[in-house]
Design a protein around this ligand. Structure first.
Ligand code: GAR
Length: 201
């Protein structure tokens, strides 16, 4: 499989950093071809450039529709021969043009054990619901929000007295392990989909 990654971010970029580190350490055999943020002020852009990776902002505000924006993303990714797209804290819904250009080739990381707590503020949702275990999910992106086939999950206990922030901090440690692991599994290619199940051989 084409091992050139395109990483889409919106902010801090700590999951991007985890991918950069895994590649640098030899734990993940891949190349980050480009990092694109929908926000100019994303700290992740600085992290990417510090690692010598091409990185730039493409603001969704410059486009009339979501599809126009997605088509512009596709053009930038294809120009760089990206084979796998990693959403790493990319806080935008991904639409049909992107999904059709990269079918089952877009990964997302989400800070809950899906299908619990999709959408925004997953860690706060978990604390407010009162679950005793939450965690992280890396999944393939489909048209359904946070609903695609699950590649990797890691569980994190919710402690009495946890706040959304303290839980988020503990989940983040597992996110940084889960994302490189999931990218590795997908790139190795020994898997298929059975309905919505991601099955490893
Ligand atoms: C991460 O916790 C990621 O799971 C979450 O945003 C954070 C980004 O952090 N993503 C979502 O909530 C997607 N719905 P990072 O920029 O430091 O990687």
């Amino acid at each position: 499989m084409n091992r050139r990654l395109g990483v889409l971010i919106s902010g801090r970029g700590s999951n991007l950093q985890a991918l950069i580190n895994a590649i640098a350490d030899g734990r993940l055999d891949a190349t980050i071809a480009v990092v694109i943020s929908n926000r100019e002020d994303a700290v992740g852009l600085v992290r990417a450039r510090a690692a010598g990776i091409e990185a730039f902002a493409l603001s969704h505000r410059a486009f009339a529709t979501r599809d126009d924006y997605d088509r512009a993303l596709v053009a930038e990714l294809q120009k760089r021969d990206v084979g796998l797209v990693c959403l790493a804290g990319f806080m935008r819904l991904v639409g049909a043009p992107l999904i059709e250009a990269f079918p089952n080739r877009i990964l997302n990381i989400h800070p809950s054990l899906l299908p619990s707590f999709p959408g925004l503020d997953a860690q706060r949702q978990a604390v407010e619901h009162g679950v005793k275990v939450s965690g992280v999910t890396v999944h393939l992106v489909t048209a359904e929000l946070d609903g695609g086939p699950i590649i990797v999950q890691r569980a994190v206990p919710v402690m009495p007295g946890d706040t959304a922030d303290s839980l988020a901090e503990r989940i983040l440690v597992e996110e940084h392990l889960a994302y490189p692991e999931a990218v590795k599994i997908v790139l190795e290619g020994a898997w298929h989909l059975d309905g919505r199940r991601f099955v490893r051989h």
